[in-house]
Design a protein around this ligand. Sequence first.
Ligand SMILES: [Zn+2]
Length: 152
Amino acid sequence: MSRIQPSSPETSRRMAKVRQKGTDAEIALRSELYRKGLRYRVDYEVLKKPRRVADVAFPGLKIAVFVDGCFWHGCPKHGTWPKQNAEFWRQKIEANRLRDTDTNSRLLESGWTVLRFWEHESPIEATDTVAQAVAIAKEKRCTSSPGVNKKN
Ligand SMILES: [Zn+2]
């Protein structure tokens, strides 16, 4: 295994810039969720070995939310493959994508609901999707626990 390192100051600058951008999308989603009255955990460790952290999580309901940066995770709309240091970026982005897939299947196996959004997606629409998943999970939790009377 060779270590992946940024090979130029430009590359490092780009990494820093893109990382910041991803964070903005997460913050937009979080504030929209909060505005909707949803309470969640941020950067929550959903798996210990290997360690995986969800951007937003509802641990009680086992819902993990990820906001994937268009560049870092190779968005089909905005993913770009830089020509400069092409191999470095290809490895980096491919590694992220493989890890995303791996995280999804590990979480699904352990009963989590996984919601993934692209950085470019509307935080309002993403929030609707999350709110829906939360409502479904809450309902499931109610009807599956013994001693609770079902409505209707
Ligand atoms: Zn995108």
